[in-house]
Design a protein around this ligand. Structure first.
Ligand code: KIV
Ligand code: ZN
Length: 554
């Protein structure tokens, strides 16, 4: 059969509404345990979100800490004005989160105001359970606080979003009252969060319809949905919201976020792209940037994407079963509803090996979407590529991605790994010697015994660096198949005796800090050592930042 006669993607619909993408990877996403990002990483991700075409970037929660404030302010200043490559032609709106009180709102405004387009996002819980036990206020007091907060926010900026936290479990008629007052006080976006991921698609879609139909002046605001994934329904609930009139979706890359996470950007965007007849809306997202953004977020947060994750998982476009492979060879649409290129997975099967030069390597990187690397980053990646090509006959795109993540998506280098030497086996005590360059530029060496080679390396590093921490997670993955595959290691460490740092807006409790690190090498012990140094560098940089911080309490 002629391939073009098979229509997989639904035919497009003319004159579709735009549903705007509000990305909260840097705020709700960063609240995932262990996803701590430093300012430079947040800036890098924000730049990539701009390239991806995100309409509104919730850059953080400025009152939470000085570090959060600085990150939001720098994103507003440095990323806020960017328009290059954006489908909408407009720069991103930079939003800052604030509880419904003057101090939070002023702090959020001060952080975002440098962006040409900025927004204050304020929230107050409306469910009886939150009012009674968390806020200890009655419904009337809740409405008064919303009016006061939104009215104050409106004196600072035009673009105001209000969220009734735990809307999914709030009384719909009370929501109608609160939201009507929020519009009257000047809110321009009303966001309906299913904070605890409790609702079902029918219920949540019905709630959005009910609120839009019953709230006075509903047409004066954009209706938004913000779903959590506790029952695995975040994507379905968000899309149900859109089908019932929501025109803003709040999402994160890879679905990271509190507990089971938030709605994942890639899932809702690709559902809308692939099923235009069903959803009849469009987004401003450049879908070819999805894979790159997903990988960047995963590398910086240390939140590894499960292989079977829709759209961005390693197996999302892999066909293993013989029958499937046979079908794919006859016509790709037998088993594929989206082309991998649409999400930025390269189609090219160009083989790179030890004879490939710097030019070919650069061209390949550009084809893979890495067209903005600094000369020095390109040189470092090329050096790693050559080293790898000496060991491995064929260097695949996945290997190149691992090199980029290992070389480029790394924290500021305080300690640098020079080399390690290990001796191990089933008849000897594993021993490691390690050479590091310290922050003062001097070379330090030490050796240690361990229960295994990785433990021995970590002990030797600890003897040199001397910071107290505990290893809370250790993961190792082969990037490709075969014995010569690159291993990617992701680890998490927690400082011992850590001081509280910032607080979680939902629980009002201090965050417990975890730092992730990642490393890649064809040698798993080297990959593990790189990951450990990466996590230590992240932890040390955060401790430096914290000691120079004015502490903020709320
Ligand atoms: O889940 C939630 O309720 C939130 C609000 C702050 C919007 O993240
Ligand atoms: Zn949330």
């Amino acid at each position: 059969m002629d391939e073009s006669s098979v229509t997989q993607k639904e035919d497009d619909v003319a004159d579709k509404d735009v549903v705007v993408i509000f990305d909260t990877t840097l705020r709700d996403g960063e609240q995932s345990p262990g996803a701590t990002l430093n300012v430079e990483e947040k800036l890098e991700i924000a730049r990539q979100l701009s390239r991806l075409g995100v309409d509104i970037c919730e850059a953080g929660f400025p009152i939470a800490s000085q570090g959060d404030f600085d990150a939001v302010r720098r994103i507003a200043e440095e990323v806020g004005p960017l328009t290059e490559g954006r489908k909408s032609g407009q720069p991103m709106v930079i939003a800052g989160l604030a509880r419904a009180n003057e101090t939070d709102i002023k702090r959020a405004y001060d952080a975002v105001k440098a962006a040409p387009r900025h927004r204050i996002h304020t929230f107050l819980a409306t469910s009886d359970i939150h009012l009674q036990f968390k806020l200890k206020m009655d419904r009337e007091e809740c409405i008064d606080q919303v009016i006061t907060a939104v009215t104050y926010a409106k004196t600072l900026c035009d673009d105001i979003e209000f969220s009734p936290e735990d809307a999914g479990r709030s009384d719909p008629d009370f929501l109608v009252q609160v939201l009507g007052e929020a519009i009257k006080a000047g809110a321009t976006t009303l966001n309906i969060p299913d904070t605890v991921g409790y609702t079902t698609p029918e219920e949540f879609g019905g709630l959005i319809k009910y609120l839009i139909e019953n709230t006075p002046n509903a047409d004066k605001a954009v209706w938004s949905v913000h779903c959590h994934n506790d029952l695995g329904l975040a994507t379905a609930n968000t899309l149900a919201g859109v089908q019932n009139g929501a025109r803003q979706m709040e999402v994160t890359l890879n679905g990271i976020g509190e507990r089971a996470g938030n709605t994942s950007l890639e899932e809702v965007v690709m559902a809308i792209e692939t099923r235009p007849q069903t959803y009849k809306v469009q987004t401003n997202i450049d879908t070819t940037q999805i894979t790159r953004t997903s990988r960047m977020v995963s590398a910086y947060t240390g939140m590894v994407v499960q292989p079977n994750k829709a759209i961005v998982g390693a197996n999302a476009f892999a066909h293993e079963a013989g029958i499937h492979q046979d079908g794919m060879l006859k016509n790709q649409q037998t088993y594929e509803i989206m082309r991998p290129e649409t999400v930025g997975l390269s189609a090219s099967k160009l083989v790179m090996g030890k004879h490939s030069g710097r030019h070919a390597f650069r061209v390949r990187l550009e084809e893979m979407g890495y067209d903005d690397l600094e000369e020095q980053e390109l040189n470092a990646a090329f050096k790693r590529f050559k080293h790898l090509a000496d060991k491995k006959k064929v260097v695949t795109d996945a290997d190149i991605e691992a090199i980029i993540a290992d070389e480029i998506y790394q924290p500021q280098e305080i300690w640098k790994l020079n080399h390690i030497q290990v001796s191990c086996g089933d008849h000897s005590m594993p021993t490691a010697s390690v050479s590091l360059t310290g922050p003062d530029g001097k070379v330090y060496q030490d050796a240690a015994l361990g229960t295994g080679p990785v433990d021995a390396v970590y002990e030797a590093v600890n003897r040199i660096v001397g910071v107290n921490n505990r290893l809370t997670e250790f993961m190792i993955n082969a990037v490709t198949e075969g014995l010569d595959a690159i291993a990617e290691t992701t680890i998490r460490i927690q400082p011992i005796n850590d001081e509280a740092y910032g607080f979680n807006p939902q629980t009002n409790m201090p965050f417990s800090r975890t730092y992730s690190g990642h490393g890649a090498s064809t040698d798993i012990v080297v990959a593990s050592a790189r990951a450990y140094i990466s996590a230590l560098n992240k932890m040390l940089a955060a401790q430096d930042e914290q000691s120079s911080e004015v502490s903020v309490t709320a």
